[in-house]
Structures are given as structure tokens and as C-alpha cells.
Design a protein around this ligand. Structure first.
Ligand code: ASP
Length: 327
């Protein structure tokens, strides 16, 4: 009798042991998640990412820890994410530059569409044309006249070839037939520090990085790059309404993961991202900085996948026509 009891309980224990590790393995997330930002800390993508990370962490019950991996217009960080284990513990938040990279970087080691799982779009951030305070120009027209008169000597800051700040200035220079000299950074966080210090002259950057600096008079704001005015900087005219009719550039941001995530991880990441986009704290901070979350139907893997595929084609044409190459 005693032997049978022992055998039975041993059997039950073996069964329990067989079940326990399996359920522990599938309980995602079981540890903190690394969120790669392929730009320096303190910049606009970093600002968006940290807000989203905090909110998603609450929903997922695990910390989402931002790691800044800047350089080469974001391609270093995205290459790292494309090669990471597809287990849901490494994700990235990046922006429009993910779509411009293939046209610019011949040495790109990943395909932005096929080598990633697409989690969802987050926000479309307007950009602003700004300068250091020492620039005398009082409005966009004076600024453009000054840049034109300096014949290439005016300097502009950007976050690497293909970054949003680089693209915005590129389109601007092409439309206005003006030249400036670029100064590259690992992100526009450090670029902003140098603009505040007067080390270069102008920049086109997201409102998430420029709104407070403009409001506090630490830099000069000239115009916004969207067709509509932006509520966080209501005094700035649109480039479209004055200097460059038709001009429109904004930096959409989204979340990606390495290709091949387990369905459970994808589902939980998508649900947590969508919850973050409805989080009043995220909505409030976004509004302060001149942006808002995208509609929920855009914050999905399918919508992001088709967006990135069409944006890669769109920018390939623009970049080839401009004759720009990063290497
Ligand atoms: N705003 C940057 C860009 O120009 C990137 C960043 O630092 O977030 O792409």
C-alpha cells in the first residue's frame, strides 16, 4: 500500500515537474524587456520611447528598459535589433529613417520589411525649422535670404544620413535651391545641446525636441513642416503657407521586433502598445510636445508592415532623385 502511494505521488510530482517548466517558459514577459532607441539619449525619439516604455511596462508587469544605440542614421541600432533573439525581450522604437535606410546605405545588413516583426505605429511628429538665438533673421523669409546669401556657409545639425532632421533639411534645400553644410550627430539630443551652445546655426527637428526650447526662448523657431499649424507652437507659420507651398515632412514613429516572435509575445506587445496610446499620461505629454498618438487601427502589425513597405518605395524614389548616398 505504502509503495503504491509513493509511486502515485512520484508520478504526480513527475507530471507536475513536466508541466511547470513549460508554463514558466510560455509566460511572457518573464523578465524585463530591452527597448532599443537607435539615437542618442535626450532626443525626440528617446522622449517618445521613454513615455511609451513606462506605460507598456505597467501593462506588461515588467520593466521596459531603454537602451540608446545611436549612430549611422539609426542603422547601427536597427541592425542590432534585427539580429537579436526573436523572443520578445528586444524591441525597437524608431521612425521614418527605418524606411529611408535601404536607399541610402549600400552596406545595410538588414531588410527593414522582411527582417522585422512589425508591432505598430505610435505617432506622427511634426518638425520645426529652428536656429540658434544669435541668428538675426526675424522670420522664415529673412532666414532663407540669409542662408542663400551665405552660399553654403550656414551650418545645420542632423542625426546622421537619412535621419528625419537630415531628410527635412535635404528636402528644404532642394525645394529652395539653397546650400548648407551638415554637422552629424548620433541623435538630435546632443545636436540640440550644441545648437543651444551656438556651435552650429540651424536645424529641422521634431517638436518633441524643440517645443520647450522655443517656448523658453533658448532657440528661435521659424516654421512647422506640417500642412496644419501645431498647437504646442501656435505662433509658428507652416512652410506650406509661405516659403514652400506643398512642403510637408513629419517623423512617424513605430515599434519593431526581430523577425519570428512567438504569437503570444506579439499579441502582448501590440496590446500593451495600444494601451499606451490610450494612456492619459502619454496623450498629455504628447500634446504638450505637439503630437498625438495614431488611431488604434494604425497601431497594428499589418498596418505598420504595409506602411513601411510603401514608405521604402516612396523614399527610394525621392533619395535616388536627390542623388544622396551615405556610403
Ligand atoms: N530627431 C532625430 C532625427 O533627426 C533622431 C533622434 O535623435 O531622435 O532623426
Amino acid at each position: 500500500m505504502a509503495t503504491i502511494k509513493l509511486a502515485l505521488s512520484a508520478g504526480i510530482m513527475a507530471l507536475a515537474a513536466a508541466i511547470a517548466p513549460a508554463s514558466a517558459q510560455t509566460a511572457y514577459p518573464a523578465k524585463s524587456i530591452t527597448l532599443v532607441v537607435p539615437a542618442a539619449a535626450g532626443g525626440p525619439t528617446d522622449t517618445v520611447a521613454r513615455l511609451i516604455a513606462e506605460s507598456m511596462g505597467k501593462t506588461l508587469g515588467q520593466s521596459v528598459i531603454v537602451e540608446n544605440v545611436g549612430g549611422a542614421g539609426g542603422t547601427i541600432g536597427m541592425a542590432r535589433v534585427s539580429k537579436a533573439a526573436p523572443d520578445g525581450y528586444t524591441v525597437a522604437i524608431w521612425h521614418i529613417a527605418h524606411a529611408t535606410a535601404p536607399a541610402l546605405y549600400d552596406s545595410l545588413k538588414y531588410n527593414p520589411v522582411n527582417d522585422f516583426d512589425h508591432i505598430g505605429r505610435i505617432t506622427d511628429v511634426p518638425m520645426t525649422l529652428v536656429s540658434k538665438t544669435a541668428v538675426a533673421a526675424k522670420d522664415v523669409k529673412e532666414l532663407i535670404d540669409w542662408i542663400r546669401g551665405e552660399k553654403g556657409k550656414v551650418t545645420y545639425g542632423h542625426a546622421g544620413i537619412g535621419s528625419a532632421s537630415h531628410l527635412c533639411t535635404l528636402v528644404l534645400m532642394r525645394e529652395l535651391k539653397i546650400e548648407m553644410t551638415g554637422v552629424g550627430y548620433r541623435g538630435t539630443g546632443p545636436a540640440m545641446n550644441d545648437l543651444l551652445g551656438g556651435q552650429f546655426d540651424v536645424m529641422c527637428d521634431q517638436t518633441t525636441n524643440t517645443t520647450n526650447q522655443i517656448k523658453e526662448g533658448r532657440i528661435k523657431g521659424y516654421a512647422v513642416t506640417t500642412k496644419a499649424k501645431v498647437s504646442s507652437v501656435p505662433n509658428l507659420p507652416t512652410l506650406d503657407s509661405g516659403a514652400i507651398p506643398g512642403f510637408e515632412v513629419s517623423a512617424w514613429h513605430a515599434m519593431w521586433a526581430p523577425k519570428g516572435l512567438p504569437k503570444q509575445a506579439t499579441d502582448k506587445l501590440v496590446a500593451a502598445l495600444q494601451a499606451a496610446l490610450k494612456d492619459p499620461k502619454v496623450i498629455g505629454r504628447f500634446a504638450d510636445l505637439g503630437t498625438e498618438p495614431v488611431a488604434t487601427n494604425l497601431a497594428t502589425p499589418d498596418a505598420l508592415k504595409s506602411q513601411i513597405a510603401s514608405e521604402v518605395k516612396r523614399w527610394d524614389a525621392v533619395i535616388k532623385a536627390a542623388g544622396v548616398k551615405a556610403n
